[in-house]
Write a protein that binds this ligand. Sequence first.
Ligand code: PLP
Length: 398
Amino acid sequence: MNPQKRPLASHMAATMPPSGIREFFDLVIGRDDVVSLGVGEPDFATPWKICDAVIDSLRNGATSYTSNHGLIELRRAISTDIATRYGVEYHPETEIVVTMGVSEGMDVAMRAILNPGDEVIVPEPCYVSYKPSVVFAGGVPVTITTYEKDDFKLRPEALRAAITPKTRALVIGYPSNPTGAVMTGKELAQIAAVAREHDLIVLSDEIYAHLTYDGTHTCFSSLPGMRERTLILNGFSKAYAMTGWRIGYACGPAEIVNAMVRIHAYTALCAPIMGQIGATEALLHCEDEMRRMVSAYDQRRRLFVAGLNEIGLRCFEPRGAFYAFPSIEATGLKSRAFAKSLLFEESVAAVPGDAFGPCGEGYLRCTYATSLDNLKLALERMHGFLEKLRGGSIAVDE
Ligand code: PLP
């Protein structure tokens, strides 16, 4: 066999489809005329207090590695934050690891808990990294469809039906990207009961916890019997507008956190110290700034969701995160064709729902983390687009 002919990339890497979010983002780069409702990123800059604290730390020479677990000051701040908000105590020394965002946290968590062939249940539509993280760790994702008629909530009977002797873990992410769905404490307790019954580990992605507009967020590990089998993943990207700082964390039983640190120590060594100092400042001094951003998202949410329904795109009411997930079914178009045509005809970028799993077909994900003016302009253009579709004045490539 000629070694030159062998592929240079592994089969797993070469066959993993690219994120459907990035695909649309790339189409928009360099186009100023586009109103982007595409990438889920705050339009706010990181609060200045955070930047200032980091600039000061740089002046004082804080440019080193940190402990593999992360700065102890940050881990203490995380521990206090979770205890204060949700009444769950995590030991800063053994039960918390600072990661490079929830992205790295999820990847390392999967590698820390899975043996080859273990199944992980992933309710869809869901954030794009969950399934690839399972696959890269040698596991097998088993998806469950959640439905608009159920407010995109995971039903305990659907979870029960997906469990096999190989099921090791369940991933949940509420408030949800892409639907904005939120589950109440009572509903999550039913899921917790199934997890307990079947001895599942629960990986709970709570990155949008602070962006809960109706009611309060339930931290999964605060549910009875869940602390010992739950890993909470969270981060600073969304609530504190710190996407580029790449900082998140995981809290859970010492056995899982230890296993994660073993992997994280070899692959990342530690999260960047600048981000860790910024995150400490965020937790200790930026509650007001965070609350102001959350209330701006809430105002945008109301305007945008009402506007979508008015122009004829039925939209489930998102109660958390910063996404609207309108149905485009009435147009008779597929999500991809709709999104592409909307971009080319009206310069509005949104993500086709099927980027979040096949059951997202028939929906469009629109981020409302952009100014009210942009949202109004997007609605105007979307209205124009729908009128043209109805009038048959544009032909859409399916
Ligand atoms: N989890 C969810 C649900 C997300 O929406 C995102 C980003 O969009 C992430 C995780 C990744 O976050 P991070 O920036 O902390 O890696």
